[in-house]
Design a protein around this ligand. Structure first.
Ligand SMILES: Cc1ncc(COP(=O)(O)O)c(C=O)c1O
Length: 391
């Protein structure tokens, strides 16, 4: 019987051996075998089938991490999913698996700021050149391709500035020029967009966000196709970038309700964005305005939107923007997102100077909201009250 993914998430990973509805947390450094022959047999099986869950040492994982990888592989519709201790670990693993000294890499200008620092500054020390492209002008990819270009690294939408890109065009440029592609898909997760099926070679999700959903665990996933699997496997082995079993268990638990939570984040965010769109000082950075380029690019590739949005606020009075943000009572001030609770941040992207194509006038300010699972009418009432401070 073919099951929908929503049913699969509820029924998978039952433990009939222990008669528990959830799998056990298997913690291990040493794995004990019955004999030396048994060790060798397991190693031979791992060689033959490197994704089959045959482990001889805890750094390779245990059944707990293997279960999570199998669930995510199904969700991603990929060849395999590697799990890492943080989302940023998955970014690192993707890049360092394929890029070597002398290579060049083309990266979306609005990537997550640590990804920017890694590619702009750190890769330089390994003689790897990074060029940033304008997310709304893909000619800036095409004109920068050389014989040395190894990879195009996309994040969609752009971090904090929420530009939606023409992903189909990026894939066709990459394929034409035989360049590998990676995407940070944390905003949508494969629940709303499946990058590997679409044609990307690698896809990153920070499991810290929607996969775990409860703001109490960190982790990352890197989905891959067959073409890059061996390279990533070798790099995973040599860097030791692997998720621990306790965190894997919590992420597996979070995944049971991924569909329900994401659907509710989307519904709540839609209600909040309907309210905010009536305010003349605010331009929504969320797939909202039907005649906009961002909306068209979102609609073309995504089946839904998550709870993270930006507000571009026009005001000559920055203190009033600060006052608006600081007056919110139901939104916590803090980093990360994807949990059940609403969060707010006043972003200072202009001030960090880490953007080449930031579309932000002098009197425009960016506020990021993560719309959580609270009653949306309470969130709207909170925002309405705080907006009185905006001048
Ligand atoms: C888009 C995106 N990618 C990657 C990361 C890194 O994930 P983690 O915090 O799990 O290392 C973040 C964290 O905020 C993020 O927003």
């Amino acid at each position: 019987m073919s099951k929908s993914f929503k049913t699969f998430l509820k029924h998978t990973a039952k433990d009939f051996h222990n008669q528990s509805v959830n799998p056990p947390v298997v913690r291990a450094s040493t794995i004990i075998f019955k004999s030396m022959q048994h060790i060798r047999k397991t190693q031979a099986k791992a060689q033959k089938n490197p994704i089959g869950g045959h482990f001889d040492y805890g750094r390779q994982g245990t059944s707990t991490t293997h279960i999570l990888q199998k669930i995510l592989t199904k969700l991603e519709e990929s060849y395999h999913v590697f799990t890492t201790p943080t989302g940023f670990g998955a970014v690192f693993l993707a890049i360092f698996s394929v890029v070597r000294p002398g290579d060049e890499i083309i990266v979306a200008d609005p990537v997550y700021s640590p990804t920017r620092i890694l590619t702009q500054d750190y890769l330089k020390e390994f003689n790897i050149k990074t060029i940033f492209y304008d997310p709304h002008n893909l000619k800036t990819i095409e004109k920068n391709i050389t014989k040395k270009t190894k990879m195009i690294f996309v994040e969609n939408p752009g971090s904090n500035s929420f530009e939606f890109q023409d992903l189909g065009k990026i894939i066709s440029i990459a394929k034409k020029n035989k360049i590998l592609t990676a995407i940070d898909n944390t905003w949508a997760t494969p629940y709303y967009f499946k990058p590997i099926k679409f044609g990307f070679d690698m896809s990153i999700v920070s499991a810290t966000k929607y996969y775990s959903g409860h703001s109490d665990v960190m982790g990352g996933s890197l989905a891959v196709n067959r073409k890059v699997f061996n390279k990533v496997k070798a790099t995973e082995k040599i860097t030791g970038l692997r998720l621990g079993p306790d965190d894997a268990y919590l992420i597996t638990r979070g995944l049971r309700t991924l569909d329900i939570r994401l659907d509710r984040h989307r519904e709540n965010a839609k209600k909040v964005s309907d309210f905010l769109s009536k305010n003349k000082k605010i331009k929504l950075l969320y797939p909202y305005k039907k005649d906009s380029y961002n909306f068209r690019m979102w609609k073309k590739y995504y089946s839904g939107a998550s709870g993270l949005m930006g507000l571009k606020i026009k005001s000559k009075n920055i203190n009033s923007v600060r006052k608006f943000v600081n007056s919110l009572k139901l939104f916590g001030y803090g980093y990360s997102w994807g949990g059940f609770e609403s969060l707010a941040l006043h972003q200072e992207l202009r001030e960090t100077g880490k953007r080449s194509y930031l579309n932000l006038a002098k009197d425009e300010h960016l506020v990021r909201l993560h719309i959580g699972l609270e009653d949306p009418s309470d969130l709207i009432a909170d925002i309405k009250r705080a907006l009185k401070h905006l001048k």
